[in-house]
Design a protein around this ligand. Structure first.
Ligand code: CMC
Length: 426
């Protein structure tokens, strides 16, 4: 099989190497395209562009396969803890018992957040969206740990700090929105129980972590932990490629995640399902509106994916988990039935079949978050807590691979050179 590709342009032929990944994905290596031909490629939304080589996550959108470091998402979700998966993503292998215990211990020791960060937090309006607070405070961490700016410093301490402190900071917004005091971390608790305790414990009564809730959260965080070169991860790598510090890079990723076409879709889904319910529950009406998106401007949130064209394996696990968790917790959420009805109607509709639009990770996750007591405006924050190990792993890999600064080209379509006209004469 040829391991080069030939391109003929302006009557001249050029050869480009073909690069093949370990799962046999093939790419034209056009690193020298412009030097050789004078041309660049045009690929809006990077639908065909591999921005990097990466050994972290494998995804096959046609077959619905997702693997972290070679382990299937189904197996990890069923058998691993979120911190084990975080270690796997960041350091490349599942930890031994000893490595796990050192990793977990160092995270425990860093859960407390500098009290001066609280002063920054206190300056935010009470109704600030928790995602804006989260990205701002993560960015502020670089001011508290200025050595993170030193490109030659070992990033491990900052990696641990971020993993340890993100859940603490995340819970502040929720507590504040209720007018309740924030909870300090409790280092006798594991990562997930600690988060739940900071979210839900009140100084006036005993709070016990429900194992059903902890297990459901563990699965959700694992399913969100990485997804190769999506919008927020590419943002983290792009920002980091300028040698910006870890905190600034992750803060940029949090901002990218917030958008409703990316992680912000989980909040939009629940709001959409609520709206359908309030409107009488006619799912067909909303499927029709989505089919006419060009005139109605309405999309079905939680549907469609740039990469998955058959099914999203995360959505399959989450749909099943939604039934399980709501059943075990004795929650009867009418919105779950609306979601199932909407899925059924869309999956049998020619518009959705033709465009290969299926429920994505965000379609059912909000229903579980809600059953766990997590408010709607915190859903994307939960996604960020889950995605943090992936962002860190990708930032670390980008740094270790010594990737050049990310700097896409463009094709200019504006005015050509013209003379300046002074303001009096315009
Ligand atoms: N509802 C109705 N039509 C849709 C939808 C949808 N949710 N998604 C895509 N389409 C249509 C779109 O109008 C287009 O139709 P046409 O060819 O007639 O113009 C066609 O399907 C292809 O869509 P696209 O926008 O070109 O596809 P994309 O790969 O650029 O966008 C997407 C992917 C996820 C942004 C998009 O499917 C979408 O907006 N979905 C809703 C938002 C959402 O759920 N986002 C979460 C994604 S999963 C979590 C994550 O990793 O971020």
């Amino acid at each position: 099989m040829a391991n080069t590709a030939e391109l003929t342009v302006d009557g001249k032929s050029y050869e480009f190497p073909i690069f093949e990944g370990t799962e046999h994905e093939k790419a034209f290596d056009i690193s020298n395209l412009r030097d050789q031909t004078g041309y660049v490629t045009l690929d809006r939304g990077y639908k065909n562009t591999g921005a990097t080589k990466s050994a972290i996550t494998f995804l096959d959108g046609e077959q619905g396969i997702l693997q972290y470091r070679g382990y299937s998402i189904e197996e990890l979700a069923a058998k691993a803890s979120f911190l084990e998966v975080a270690y796997l993503l960041i350091y490349g292998e599942l930890p031994t018992k000893e490595q796990y215990s050192t990793f977990e211990d160092s995270i425990r020791r860093h859960t407390l957040v500098n009290e001066d960060m609280r002063k920054i937090f206190d300056g935010f309006p009470v109704n600030a969206h928790p995602m804006s607070v989260l990205s701002s405070l993560v960015s502020a961490m670089s001011a508290f740990y200025p050595d993170s700016q030193d490109e030659k410093s070992d990033p491990d301490g900052h990696i641990i700090r971020l993993l340890a402190k993100l859940p603490t900071i995340a819970t502040w917004s929720y507590k504040r929105s209720l007018g309740h005091p924030v909870n300090y971390p409790k280092n006798n608790l594991d990562y997930i129980s600690n988060f739940l305790n900071m979210m839900f414990a009140l100084p006036v009564e005993e709070y016990k972590v429900d194992p059903v809730v902890a297990e459901a959260l563990n699965v959700l965080l694992i399913l969100h932990a990485d997804h190769e070169q999506n919008c927020s991860t590419s943002t983290v790598r792009l920002v980091g490629s300028s040698q910006a510090n870890l905190y600034s890079s992750i803060s940029a990723g949090i901002s990218a995640l917030w958008g409703p076409l990316h992680g912000g879709a989980n909040q939009e889904v629940i709001e959409m399902l609520e709206a359908i319910k309030a409107d009488g529950g006619d799912v067909g009406k909303y499927v029709d509106m989505a089919k006419n998106a060009k005139t109605t401007g309405f999309r079905l949130f939680g549907f469609g994916h740039r990469v998955y064209k058959n099914f999203d394996p995360r959505a399959r696990i989450i749909k099943k988990a939604a039934d399980d968790v709501l059943g075990k917790l004795g929650v009867n959420d009418p919105v779950l039935e609306i979601a199932k009805g909407l899925e059924e109607a869309a999956l049998h509709d020619e518009y959705f079949i033709q465009r290969k639009l299926y429920p994505n990770v965000d379609f059912y996750s909000g229903i579980i978050y809600r059953a766990l007591g997590i408010p709607t405006n915190m859903f994307t924050v939960m996604f960020a807590i889950g995605r943090l190990p992936g962002w860190i792993a990708q930032w670390k890999e980008m740094r270790e691979q010594k990737e050049p600064i990310g700097r896409p080209r463009q094709i200019y379509t504006g005015a050509t050179l013209r003379k300046f006209v002074s303001i009096e004469n315009r």
